[in-house]
Design a binder for this molecule. Sequence first.
Ligand code: SF4
Length: 402
Amino acid sequence: MIESPSFKTTNLFKRMMAEYLERGVAAKEKGIPIAWVTATFPVEIIYAAGLFPYYPENFGARIAAKKVAAAISAAAEKQGYFPDLCAYARCGIGNAFSIKRPVGEVLKPDVVFCSNAQCGSLQKWFEAAGRYYQVPFFLIDTPLIENTPTTLIKRYIVDQLHELLDFLELYTGNTFNFSRLAEVISLSNEACRLWNEILEMAALKPAPFGYFDACYHLAPIVAWRGTKWAVDYYKELKKELEERLDNKVYVIPDERYKLYFDHIPVWPRLRWFSNLLLERKALAVASQYTHAWAWRFDLNRPLESLVKNHTEVFINRGYEYRLEQKISLMNEFKVDGFILFSNRSCKPKALGLYDKYNIISERTGLPGVIFEADMSDERYFNEEYIKKLFGEFFDRLEREST
Ligand code: SF4
């Protein structure tokens, strides 16, 4: 197996993630409410209200990375949950019903917050969790934003944030602290700026950092955004990358191709895919998924700005918008080809992907490949089929670049 040099920051990540989970357990013991949140929920408000935010999607990704998603999912399927549901949901639900818990227990919520900007599966999963744990469920309902968000949509969501603040005041018994929100948003801005600068380094050729590295180091921008933790973590990662550039340490020193990789990786096969590309000296460098958190908040209009960033995410956008965003990333990172992942778990993302493949091919003239699998569940992973598809793709890439 070919391995690219591993990051020192990886150890820091493991330490900080373990500490974050321990802090969650300690918070629960101290009576600080555990708030389940979705990846695109305006978590800044939850931090400002003094609750401990916890991300079940991150828990699902950790189960997947440990290669135990199929076993945990089976416990949910036994309860009647359909195997075609998103694997994050199956793993979260399965964990509640499992006797064996290879990555520990999901932190039980005191209150569940959800935004349906990403998908309807999260909403149903979190609703079910609210019933199962018998805790309040708060939904931010986000209409699909086809192109430009209308004034009515923006007002509709800002109004819901006001309702959220009212709910939090009632729930915590404290007046909502807007100065604290400003501090939290400043920290989010700083972490997002660093994250963006890190992602941009993948545009260098050869690059010190690629998409699969970004997937590994993504959890802090999702889960710790709004804390000094996230800022400190990305400062360290950026410093390490700058040292790599000074010392000419690259993911692939003789990098030949840059590729666009669409959306979530196959978590249990992160290293496998990275090596598959490495063998042909190709580096995946950009994705809508990893770029989804490169946000910028306006401190003068905090609520409007939270709405803008959290609800205008690519996954809540129309077909043409998403297509153009993919192509724009391909242009920005000067890729030589593209990979689209038709993710069995993520129906909103996989919908229309074969048409997108054809349109991207036509508009960019780039060679591409599209494959079927599940981001978590290896029961739907066929190694030989993917190797064959990618072999043909790389042969074409080589032919067309000579
Ligand atoms: S992977 Fe897709 S379906 Fe699953 S929670 Fe995320 S957006 Fe929803």
